[in-house]
Design a protein around this ligand. Structure first.
Ligand code: NIG
Ligand code: FE
Length: 410
């Protein structure tokens, strides 16, 4: 197998050394005048260019012209597979209607459920494909995708099949999450629907082999703490790893529940309590912040600064979905992390690489540039990493590599 040495790198952000918590998130392992070797889709050597050049022979050398290089970006939270769209609802929100108010009136998630139930698998795949391609153009090489717009076993499985096919059809690797408990289906009670999930959709999703995680919308008026716990315990018994939409609109205690159950991540956290913040900080549960949602809903941002200062493992993702956040803009996500959530540039880079990979359960394989990891990386049209939030909302990605292959180029 041929080995390529990549040189001519402005700053090489490696995100090496494993998942980072608290202030250690500032350690992005930046190498100046760095280089790395790739063989058979895997990073085989990473270090300073002069050291690497003398250390071994390479089949070819590729000069990146002084570009910033980062690990391929990982988006740890999306709802990218769905039927229909909800731009009318977006307009209603612009004129003052609330997200939960629209949901209570039968719109919101229920409206996407109606559209998803009538969409076949091909339509679901075709709907998501352009979004994943645009994610790739912004440096994303791995992306978690949830079901949750079926709310019945057949449609949830159809969504999971679509997630799987999408991972095979284009270059962004997909990590599947079963989110049966996304909303209460019309005509059912929350308790009755949790029983249905426990008896039907959770076992079916787990046995299909198509879901890694189970997720629940733990929120006032959706699933309370007790219902969320019953659902999550059933999912855990079936071998699924756990995630929660926690403390998004109200301070219900979902983050604390996630820490107690050993969830891989708790996500949103806009309204997390001080006690639950401490519980998360002392746990290995990843706190995933989703500032694009807060931005789109015009809500106050999650306390990412306090989470990091108290020692939590913080990741950041898009939450792309047709309702609360119709965006997967990585450049805007980076800008919001730095400008509004007061995260440093390095903390932000850690949050969207190695820590996001941990939230997806794949940090042993992706999320950093170090020997033995999958050669997923993004090359930018700038030399230094602080240019990313400086060019707020502007995509500076020049090319993207997945498993050592160039899969996107401007
Ligand atoms: O993460 N909060 C629940 N679920 C999504 C929104 C889904 C939708 O509105 O379609 C979220 O914000
Ligand atoms: Fe979400």
């Amino acid at each position: 197998m041929s080995t390529v040495l990549y040189t001519g790198i402005g700053e090489l952000v490696t995100s090496s050394g494993g998942v980072k918590r608290g202030r250690a998130m500032n350690d992005t392992g930046v190498i100046s005048d760095g280089a790395f070797a790739v063989s058979d889709g895997i990073f085989t050597a990473v270090g300073r260019k002069d050291e690497l050049l003398t250390a071994a022979d390479y089949d070819s050398v590729a000069d990146l012209g002084g570009a910033l290089v980062t690990p391929g970006i990982v988006d740890p939270h999306t709802h990218a597979v769905f039927g229909g769209e909800r731009s009318e609802e977006f307009l209603r929100r612009l004129s003052g209607d609330g997200y939960m108010e629209i949901m209570r009136q039968g719109g919101g998630i229920a409206s996407t459920v109606r559209a998803t139930r009538t969409a076949d698998e091909d339509a679901l795949v075709a709907g998501a494909l352009p979004h994943l391609k645009r994610m790739l153009s912004m440096g994303v090489t791995t992306c978690e995708v949830k079901s949750g717009y079926g709310l019945d076993t057949d449609t949830e499985l159809r969504q999971l099949r679509a997630v799987k096919r999408l991972g095979e059809l284009q270059s962004v690797e997909t990590v599947p999450t079963f989110m049966g408990a996304h909303a209460v289906p019309e005509g059912m009670t929350a308790d009755g629907y949790i029983d249905y999930c426990r008896e039907s959709s959770i076992p079916a999703a787990a046995r299909s082999g198509m879901a890694v995680f189970a997720d629940v919308f733990c929120e006032a008026g959706v699933f309370d703490l007790e219902q969320s716990e019953r659902y999550l315990l059933a999912a855990r018994r079936e071998g699924l790893l756990l995630k929660l939409h926690a403390d998004e609109m109200t301070c219900l205690g979902g983050a604390g529940l996630g820490a107690r159950l050993g969830a891989v991540s708790v996500d949103h956290l806009l309204k997390i309590s001080a006690g639950d913040m401490a519980a998360i900080a002392h746990s290995d549960t990843v706190a995933t912040v989703l500032p694009l949602t807060a931005f789109c809903l015009s809500e106050p941002y999650a306390p990412a600064r306090e989470l990091i200062d108290s020692g939590a493992i913080v990741a950041a993702g898009s939450d792309f979905n047709p309702g609360s956040c119709c965006s997967y803009s990585v450049p805007l996500l980076i800008a919001l992390c730095c400008i509004y959530m007061k995260m440093s540039v390095d903390e932000t880079l850690t949050a969207i690489t190695v820590n996001a990979a941990a939230a997806c359960g794949v940090s042993d394989r992706v999320g950093s540039i170090e020997p033995g990891k999958q050669a997923d990386f993004a090359v930018f049209d700038c030399e230094r990493r602080h240019m990313l939030p400086y060019f707020s909302g502007v995509n500076l990605v020049k090319s993207v590599f997945k498993k050592g292959e160039r899969v996107y180029n401007v």
